[in-house]
Design a protein around this ligand. Structure first.
Ligand code: H79
Length: 424
């Protein structure tokens, strides 16, 4: 209802960015959380932590002086930019956002403004973001950085480390001026064209100061998008909560972000990976409501992707090679949530994502009073019989011929205006 709409819509108030179309069409992105926490892998002093691996410094209240030592043995020799980019391409992902600096405060890129970065503080001594940016761009995948603009548990003046530093003594303005802003300039000038900067958990700035902050960065790359978590209703597209899908169609550019297992950062004892079917379910549901899915992968401290992520993403990619027409550059479905699944739209077409296959194969499309031209399976093109009953359409799925493992897509080609467009 109205109230719910407002609750979702009020979370941000995006002004149109003329470069946002690529993002709206992309539908599927890769989020990568990679930092010193990846090496800790959810364990500190023999104790296991659950939840989000990238929070371990905070969860275990690890002092900065201890945490710094993790960098001394951080040596991701298995990191291979080409391989990471290829996995994203094979998965059918159209953008990638990687953590340049998470709340732990460690810079995964070469920065002049701190020695607590991968080049200065680790035996690895190289900037992995340089090669990653190149490998990703080469494949026409939009590249972006996650940057924790307020929380920085390493800096006395950064947000939220209250186990080493006193809240009352923090000078956030100084932190923004001396670290966040100069580092964001580095990211926006040293790595080629960026698709987006993914800000997270705003703090320490008023609305006016946030506007000034955003405007001061725009000049480096006017076409680069900013995520809504830059705060105060600014940003070019909306993100909802972590692992949250809005329950109905949302207008304007937006994305849902999900973990692959139950953590953003690598945790070695978390094997609860979403199956390809579950990932496709999320992707179809996001697209059906008009948005994107950015799915996270947490590489380990050596720079390897979890084997399950590699395998499952490849399977999703294989599904997209056949069914991608129903996802990429689609817009929100006209049918709303149905017992059998959801739909996505292109002009003159509804793509029915059969997420829950009816046992008798009968699919009801209620109140869709248009001239049907053709109904067929997207995979293979087999035409399906259909029947009009009043304003409804009834289809019969050839269950025996459909693949058992993943959902299939039925294409409904029609002419005429849809009279009763339904919403969720
Ligand atoms: O980067 C990921 C998270 O680390 C970050 N946003 C996503 C994209 C994030 N920042 N803050 N939060 C999420 C909210 C904090 C949730 C917490 Fe917890 C609940 C912190 C402590 C309790 C989750 C569960 C993290 C540790 C345990």
């Amino acid at each position: 209802g109205q109230e719910m709409d407002e609750m979702w819509d009020n979370r941000s108030n995006n002004k149109a960015n003329k470069n946002v179309q690529w993002f709206k069409d992309a539908k599927f992105g890769m989020f990568i959380h990679w930092g010193l926490y990846s090496k800790l892998a959810g364990e500190w002093n023999g104790k296991r932590y659950y939840g989000s691996g990238e929070w371990i410094m905070n969860q275990a209240k690890i002092p900065v002086a201890e945490y710094e030592k993790v960098a001394k043995s951080f040596n991701p020799i298995k990191f291979d930019a080409e391989e990471w980019a290829q996995i994203a391409e094979d998965a059918g992902m159209k953008y990638m956002v990687v953590t340049a600096k998470h709340h732990e405060g460690f810079s995964m890129f070469d920065s002049k403004y701190t020695n607590f970065d991968i080049v200065d503080a680790t035996p690895y001594k190289k900037d992995p973001m340089k090669s990653l940016a190149k490998s990703v761009a080469k494949r026409n995948i939009h590249f972006g950085f996650y940057y924790s603009q307020f929380q920085d548990w390493y800096e006395p003046n950064g947000g939220r480390n209250t186990w080493d530093f006193k809240e009352a003594e923090k000078d956030y303005q100084k932190y923004y001026k001396e670290k966040a802003i100069p580092q964001l300039k580095e990211l926006m000038t040293n790595y080629g064209k960026l698709g987006t900067i993914w800000f997270d958990t705003p703090g320490g700035l008023t609305k006016q100061e946030t506007e000034d902050f955003v405007n001061s960065l725009r000049k480096y790359q006017p076409e680069c998008l900013f995520s809504s978590r830059v705060g105060h209703g600014l940003g070019d597209y909306r993100d909802f909560g972590d692992s949250e899908l809005p329950p109905f169609t949302i207008n304007g550019p937006w994305e849902s972000i999900y973990t692959h297992n139950d953590s953003w950062g690598y945790i070695k004892h978390d094997l609860n990976f979403k199956t390809p079917k579950e990932i496709i379910y999320l992707l179809a549901n996001a697209a059906a409501r008009g948005g994107n899915l950015m799915l996270n992968v947490g590489p380990d401290g050596e720079g390897s992707f979890p084997a399950y992520s590699i395998q499952y993403l490849r399977e999703v990619g294989n599904w997209l090679k056949i069914n991608g027409e129903s996802i990429y550059a689609s817009t929100a479905g006209l049918l709303g949530q149905q017992p059998w699944g959801v739909s996505t739209s292109k002009p003159g077409k509804q793509y029915l994502h059969i997420l829950n296959r009816p046992v008798d194969g009968e699919v009801l499309i209620p109140d869709f009073d248009v001239t049907i031209k053709k109904v067929y399976l997207l995979d293979g093109g087999k035409e399906l019989d259909f029947e009009k009953r009043g304003k409804d359409i009834i289809l019969n799925l050839p269950l025996g011929e459909m693949k058992k493992s993943l959902n299939e897509v039925v294409v409904l080609e029609y002419s005429g205006q849809v009279k009763a467009s339904q919403t969720y």
